[in-house]
Design a protein around this ligand. Structure first.
Ligand code: CMP
Length: 134
C-alpha cells in the first residue's frame, strides 16, 4: 500500500462544504482510503518549505500568499499505486489542459486556482506528508 498527500486549496474551501464533500467523494470512489484529514490554515513558513522546489520562480510569492491565505483541507490517502493514481485523477496542473472529468477539469478555475494539489512522486509524498502530518 502506498500513501500520498492530497490538498484541497483555499478557493474551494471558501466556496463551502459541498465542494469539499464532492471532491472527497470522487477520491473515495476511486479506491483511496482517507487515513488523515484536517481543515487548517497552514503557517506561511510551512507553505514556503512545502513549495520549496518553486522558490525563485515568478509565481512563487503569489503561490505562498494564496495557499497560506486561508484554510485548506489536508488529506493523507492510501491505495495501491496511490501517487500515480491520484495524479491521474486530478489532471494536469493547468485546468484548461486537464482531461475531461478530472478534478481540476471539474473544479479548477485557473493555473493558480487549480482546486487541488497531489504529490508528484513517492519521494515528494513522503516529504509532504512529513511536513503536514508530522
Ligand atoms: P500545485 O500542483 O499545487 O504545484 C504548484 C502550484 O503553483 C500549482 O499547483 C499552481 O497552483 C501554482 N502555479 C501558479 N503558476 C504556475 C505555473 N506557471 N506553473 C506551475 N504551477 C503554477
Amino acid at each position: 500500500m502506498q500513501q500520498t498527500y492530497f490538498m484541497i486549496k483555499p478557493e474551494i474551501v471558501a466556496a463551502g462544504e459541498q465542494k469539499i464533500g464532492d471532491i472527497l467523494a470522487i477520491v473515495n470512489r476511486a479506491g483511496f482510503r482517507i487515513t488523515g484529514l484536517a481543515m487548517r490554515t497552514l503557517p506561511r513558513e510551512l507553505v514556503e518549505d512545502f513549495y520549496g522546489e518553486h522558490r525563485g520562480k515568478p509565481f512563487y510569492g503569489e503561490l505562498v500568499e494564496y495557499i497560506a491565505g486561508g484554510p485548506v483541507v489536508t488529506v493523507r490517502l492510501e491505495r495501491e499505486n496511490a501517487v500515480a493514481a491520484l495524479r491521474e485523477l486530478i489532471g494536469a496542473t493547468n485546468p484548461a489542459e486537464a482531461a475531461i472529468g478530472t478534478i481540476r477539469n471539474l473544479y479548477g478555475a485557473s493555473l493558480q486556482n487549480n482546486a487541488v494539489h497531489a504529490s508528484a512522486n513517492p519521494a515528494d509524498a513522503e516529504r509532504e506528508l512529513g511536513l503536514i502530518f508530522g
